[in-house]
Design a protein around this ligand. Structure first.
Ligand SMILES: C[S@@+](CC[C@H](N)C(=O)[O-])C[C@H]1O[C@@H](n2cnc3c(N)ncnc32)[C@H](O)[C@@H]1O
Length: 376
């Protein structure tokens, strides 16, 4: 749980972020409102809604951090005002629609945490007619950057300590999702607006945007930075811009290029960004115009997809149930709503000890399947 605690400590101790959410909540939430806190994490946003007069919160969270929310609500005497649902929102069914759906799925770039398709689903199934989404829209921004810290990230595989046979991984690492805390002085161009996402509208599954950047100072370009201006509710904006002193505590996205390119004031850089947020894929091309250089990278490179994994996604393939799934189905076939988990494990060990390569592993597997793949 260590890293989960670290992550959420950062969210809840970011006072600027909380102040902006509090302002948006007090403008939107009415006494008696039902709220969906989507990806509730520590539970902080739902708690703020209750304190603003909401009557009930459906707190949905896929990770174990939901226990922090559950226990915090209980400590605050608010356990009765919340329903906790552990799981992905897309697979969650709620008994009623809510006046407000609230989340912080904004990521570092604005679209890189799945907000487009997550809120599309939440809007259609969780939100009451005339209900309100917080946030409501996101503006994406890009700029050219020169940053030793950013460059060091993609050069870590070329470091002398890395055995030579593995230095080829630098190429893959360029396509990985990099988050970096930049300063205004790291920017080589004026920021450009890449896109505006209206979260109340249906956005396409494939997104493609371009921006033209004008270099404003001499330097060496390491890549492109991306960040958001997010409108939580009308007139309440939250940003992680490196050029804004009131920015929240969140790094920017960094999209590297393969080389370091010397640029001068007046040079133009064309950036194209393509994304399939549902599949968590992003690709970018960067054209440095006066030099006629083009760089193209994609997060697919860093995904380490095997040829077999790609083959499996082919729609014309006839799927066959694999060994582990078949073992899982065998374990579940013992559930008859009468026997206890212990009785089922004993039955499997005596009748199917060879289900997995060893008896020990069969026992472990059976107890894991019974714990994870059955109703609470
Ligand atoms: C950026 S954190 C924000 C947590 C909290 N709402 C806050 O503002 O501090 C997003 C949380 O959403 C959870 N999450 C992401 N996608 C989800 C989904 N589709 N359904 C449920 N939980 C999700 C993550 O596990 C994570 O805890």
């Amino acid at each position: 749980l260590g890293t989960v605690l670290d992550e959420h400590l950062r969210y809840i101790s970011d006072w600027r972020r909380l102040e902006l959410f509090r302002t948006a909540i007090s403008a939107v939430v009415r006494p008696g409102d039902t709220i969906v806190d989507l990806g509730c994490g520590s539970g902080i946003l739902g708690l703020l809604c209750l304190k603003a007069g909401a009557s009930h919160v459906y707190a949905i969270e896929e990770s174990p951090v939901i226990e922090i929310a559950r226990r915090t609500y209980a400590r605050e005497g608010m356990a009765e005002l919340a329903t906790f649902v552990r799981g992905m929102s897309h697979r969650t069914i709620l008994p009623k629609r809510a006046a407000v759906v609230i989340c912080d799925h904004i990521g570092c770039f604005g679209f890189d945490y799945g907000i487009v398709h997550t809120l599309r689903d939440a809007r259609s199934r969780f939100l009451a007619p005339n209900g309100t989404l917080i946030p409501r829209s996101i503006r994406l921004n890009v700029a050219a950057v020169e940053s030793d810290a950013a460059r060091a990230k993609v050069e870590r595989w070329s470091a002398p300590a890395v055995p030579e046979e593995f230095r080829w991984l630098r190429r893959l690492d360029i396509g990985a999702r990099h988050a970096i805390q930049l300063q205004e002085r790291d920017l080589l161009s004026t920021p450009a607006h890449l896109a505006d996402l209206d979260l109340s509208a249906d956005n396409a599954d494939f997104l493609r945007w371009t921006a033209s950047l004008s270099i404003t100072r001499e330097g060496v370009m390491d890549g492109i930075a991306g960040w958001f201006d997010c409108e939580l509710t009308q007139g309440v904006w939250m940003t992680n811009s490196p050029a804004d002193e009131s920015a929240i505590d969140r790094p920017q996205a960094f999209l590297p290029i393969d080389d370091r390119i010397r640029v001068r004031p007046g040079d133009r850089v064309l950036v194209t960004i393509m994304a399939r947020p549902v599949e968590n894929i992003i690709a970018w091309t960067v054209d440095v115009l006066p030099q006629g250089l083009r760089y193209a990278h994609s997060s697919l490179e860093a995904a380490l997809l095997s040829a077999e994994a790609v083959r499996r996604t082919r729609p014309d393939r006839v799927p066959r149930i694999g060994r582990n799934t078949s073992a899982r189905m065998t374990v579940l076939s013992y559930c008859d709503e009468r026997r206890t988990a212990r009785e089922i494990e004993q039955a499997i060990l005596s009748e199917r000890p060879d289900l997995l390569p060893s008896r020990d592993e069969t026992a472990r597997f059976a107890s894991q399947v019974l714990a994870e793949d059955t109703d609470p």
